[in-house]
Design a protein around this ligand. Structure first.
Ligand code: BTN
Length: 278
């Protein structure tokens, strides 16, 4: 095992929670990307629940082709293989269910922080007014497919745990568990909680859709009631619909945004009532 000492307990904690994920647990000193590990192993027949954790990634990736950079040993970087066959349409729900599970695991490690899910796949810490959001975790769900059907799903998760200093360009936008918690974070506990949560929530949305998780998700929605903007337009976020789309009120009408980057906008109350096009 190549883990820093704090991760050595992870396998026992996972077993104690009775999770079907994290078995087997592969802990690597370095890899290109834990999602690559999981996808490669999926092709070779690795079982449901197999999990890869890395102390460092040389080609960690995020959504929309972005790089995911983290200093060695400061984060939790892991990917979980779900054996599942079904339609691609459920994939946005997997990211949301994973976001919710990760948010709850982060909240357990930092109970006084305001941990929220930011559609479509970020976990953030909100300030007291809910107007400033700092990213604490991101999710990258990828699939192996045949035609329009999914054979296996890889859920990749990066959680900032021990980072105290972020690069200048991220300093205002990112935070970590150690910066928001009132105790020293324990990566093995967070990993075990995260896997137990993913094991509970991801199969539910795959089998039944977002319905059973909807109330919990709504309580953690970082964007609800806020003025948000995409590249093309802006409006008031009004929750997440059954297909996992962001409902946005714009010029008195509701529309559903299905993908893309969304940002909070600080605005006057008049702008907040209106919404509109950019
Ligand atoms: C995002 O916020 O855009 C998603 C970031 C996902 C990062 C994690 S780190 C572990 C796994 N391996 C990767 O290369 N990416 C995911």
């Amino acid at each position: 095992m190549n883990a820093l000492p704090d991760l050595v307990r992870a396998a026992d904690l996972i077993a104690a929670r009775g999770s079907r994920l994290g078995r087997p647990l592969h802990i690597l000193a370095e890899t290109t990307s834990t999602n690559d590990e999981a996808k490669r192993a999926a092709r070779l027949g690795a079982p449901h629940g197999s999990t890869w954790v890395a102390e460092s990634q040389t080609a960690g990736r995020g959504r929309q082709g972005r790089r995911w950079i983290s200093a060695r040993g400061e984060s939790l970087l892991f990917s979980v293989l779900f054996r599942h066959s079904g339609p691609l349409a459920r994939m946005p729900l997997v990211s949301l269910a994973a976001g919710l599970a990760i948010a709850e695991a982060v909240e357990r490690a930092s109970p006084t922080a305001s941990v929220r899910v930011k559609w479509p796949n970020d976990v953030v810490i909100a300030d007291a007014q809910g107007l400033q959001l700092a990213k604490i975790a991101g999710i990258l769900a990828e699939t192996s497919t045949t035609g329009s059907s999914v054979d296996a799903i890889v859920v990749g998760v990066g959680i900032n745990v021990l980072t105290r200093c972020f690069p200048d360009e991220l300093a205002e936008l990112a935070t970590s568990v150690t910066l928001v918690a009132d105790r020293v974070p324990d990566r093995a506990e967070i990993l075990a909680d995260a896997l137990a949560g993913l094991d509970r929530d991801v199969p539910v949305v795959l089998a039944k859709g977002l319905g059973p998780l909807h109330d919990r998700l709504a309580r953690k929605d970082a964007l609800a009631g806020r003025l948000v903007r995409s590249d093309a337009s802006y409006g008031i976020a009004r929750g997440i619909d059954a297909e996992g789309r962001l409902v946005v009120e714009r010029e008195g009408r509701r529309e559903a945004w299905s993908s893309g980057e969304v940002h909070l906008v600080s605005s006057s109350p008049a702008e907040r009532r209106e919404g509109g096009s950019l």
